[in-house]
Design a protein around this ligand. Structure first.
Ligand code: FAD
Ligand code: UDP
Length: 365
C-alpha cells in the first residue's frame, strides 16, 4: 500500500479531507477525472476576470468555525448577493422582501403586504405545506408564486412544483423588511483571487492526479491505498445496481462581451417559462471588477444523463428512498468513506460540505 488514503474527487470535500489528513501525518493521493482541481468551485481567469466555470459560488455561513476555517486559505471581500429577477418586462428584487412586494403591489408597509398575501392564500386552506407549490404559496401568495417561483423552479428542476419537496424553496429568505440580501447567514463573501487558489493551498504538498477516473485507475492500482474517500456519485460507485439516482445537470453558455457592464448585477434570474435559461451570471461583479470587457454565463438546466456533469441531486421522496438503500450498501463497504454532494446525495452548500468533511475527519483521523 503506497498511501493511507486514496481520495476520489479534488473538490471541496476531498481537499479538506486531504489537508486535515496530511496535518495528521497521513499520506494521500487525490485523483479527479476532470483535468483540474477544485471540483465545482473551480474558477478560470478570462479577460482578467475570475469566471466561476461550474456556476456562481457565493460563500455564506452562520458557522463561525467554518468561516474561520475557510479564512485560513483566503481573504474574503464584502460581496453581498442580491439577485434581480426578470419576469417578462417586469423587474423585481430578490429574495422575497418588501422591495419585491412594494414593486409587485404598489404598497409601502409590511401590514399592507401581509394583508395581500393573507387574502391570496385564505381560500387555499394550506395548513401543512406538502410540496414546493404549497410552501411557496403559503409564504408569499399567488402573485409572487406565479411570477417569480413557478416558472423558474420548473425550468430548474424539470418537474411541476407540486412534485418537488418544500425544503428547496425554504433555502430562500422571505422577509417583511426592505433587505435584498439573498442569505440570512452571519458571514458572506467571495474569496479574493478566486476559489481555485483555496484548493491549491489545501492540496499543497499532496500528490494529485487530474484527468484520472477512479473506475479505470483502481483496476490497475487495486492496492494503492489502505482506505478510499469517495466523493463521486454513490450510485455509480455501486454500478447502479439498485437503479440510477436522478440528478439535474446545467449547461453553461459563456461569452466574452465587448462592454464593461452588461447587466449591472452579478446574478439576474429569468423567472418566466418562455426564456430558456434560468439565470445570467456576470462574473466580474462578484469582485467589483473594473476590466474593460465582461464575461457572462447563461445557465440552461436539464435532466442528467450518463456523460453529463451531475450538479444537483433531486432530493424528492423517490430518490431519497433509493439513496437510503445505497447508503446501507455504503455502510457495509469496508475501508470506503462516502462524502460530499454526490457521495451523500445531498443539496449541500459549500459551508455544509466543509462542516461534513471536518466531522468525517474528526471521526476518521
Ligand atoms: P464536487 O465539487 O462536485 O467535487 C467532486 C469531484 O469528484 C469532482 O471534481 C468530480 O470530477 C470528481 N469525481 C467524480 N467522480 C469521479 C470519478 N469516478 N473519478 C475521479 N473523480 C471523480 N454552494 C454555496 O455555498 N454557494 C453557492 O453560491 C453555490 N452555488 C452553486 C451553484 C451551482 C450551479 C452548483 C452546481 C452548486 C453550487 N453550490 C454552492 C454548491 C457547491 O458547489 C458544493 O457544495 C460543493 O462544491 C461540493 O463539493 P464536493 O467536493 O462535494 O463536490
Ligand atoms: N427560486 C425561484 N425563483 C428564483 C430563485 C430561486 O423560484 O428567482 C427557487 C428555485 O426552486 C430554486 C430554489 O429557489 O431551485 C433555490 O434557489 P437557489 O438560488 O438557492 O438555487 P441554487 O443557487 O442552488 O441553484
Amino acid at each position: 500500500m503506497k498511501y493511507n488514503y486514496l481520495i476520489v474527487g479534488a473538490g471541496l470535500f476531498g481537499s479538506v479531507f486531504a489537508y486535515e489528513a496530511k496535518k495528521k501525518g497521513k499520506t494521500c493521493l487525490v485523483i479527479d477525472k476532470r483535468d483540474h482541481i477544485a471540483g465545482n468551485i473551480y474558477c478560470e481567469e478570462i479577460e482578467g476576470i475570475n469566471v466561476h466555470k461550474y456556476g456562481a459560488h457565493i460563500f455564506h455561513t452562520s458557522n463561525k468555525k467554518v468561516w474561520e476555517y475557510i479564512n485560513q486559505f483566503a481573504e474574503f471581500n464584502n460581496y453581498i448577493n442580491s439577485p434581480v429577477a426578470v419576469y417578462k418586462d417586469e423587474l423585481y428584487n430578490l429574495p422575497f422582501n418588501m422591495n419585491t412586494f412594494s414593486k409587485m403591489w404598489g404598497i409601502r408597509t409590511p401590514q399592507e403586504a401581509k394583508e395581500i398575501i393573507r387574502k391570496q392564500i385564505e381560500e387555499l386552506n394550506i395548513t401543512e405545506p406538502k410540496n414546493l407549490e404549497e410552501q411557496a404559496l403559503s409564504l408569499a401568495g399567488r402573485d409572487v408564486y406565479e411570477k417569480l417561483i413557478k416558472g423558474y423552479t420548473e425550468k430548474q428542476w424539470g418537474r411541476p412544483c407540486t412534485e418537488l419537496p418544500s425544503f428547496i424553496i425554504k433555502r430562500l429568505p422571505f422577509r417583511f423588511i426592505y433587505d435584498n440580501n439573498y442569505f440570512n447567514d452571519r458571514y458572506q463573501g467571495i474569496p479574493i483571487g478566486g476559489y481555485t487558489k483555496i484548493v491549491e493551498k489545501m492540496l499543497d504538498g499532496i500528490d494529485v492526479k487530474t484527468g484520472t477516473d477512479y473506475f479505470e485507475f483502481i483496476k490497475e492500482n487495486p492496492d494503492i491505498a489502505e482506505k478510499t474517500v469517495f466523493t463521486g456519485m454513490i450510485d455509480e460507485y455501486f454500478g447502479y445496481r439498485l437503479g440510477a439516482l436522478e440528478y439535474r445537470s446545467v449547461r453553461f453558455e459563456t461569452e466574452v462581451l465587448d462592454t464593461d457592464n452588461y447587466q449591472g448585477n452579478a446574478v439576474v434570474n429569468y423567472t418566466d417559462r418562455e426564456v430558456p435559461y434560468t439565470r445570467i451570471i456576470e462574473h466580474k461583479h462578484f469582485e467589483f471588477g473594473k476590466q474593460e470587457k465582461t464575461v457572462i454565463s447563461r445557465e440552461y438546466s436539464s435532466e442528467w444523463h450518463q456523460g453529463m456533469e451531475p450538479y444537483y441531486p433531486v432530493n424528492d421522496d423517490k430518490n431519497n428512498a433509493l439513496f437510503e438503500e445505497y447508503r446501507k450498501l455504503a455502510e457495509k463497504e469496508e475501508n470506503v468513506i462516502f462524502g460530499g454532494r454526490l457521495g451523500n446525495y445531498k443539496y449541500y452548500d459549500m459551508d455544509k460540505v466543509i462542516e461534513a468533511a471536518l466531522e468525517t475527519c474528526e471521526k476518521e483521523l
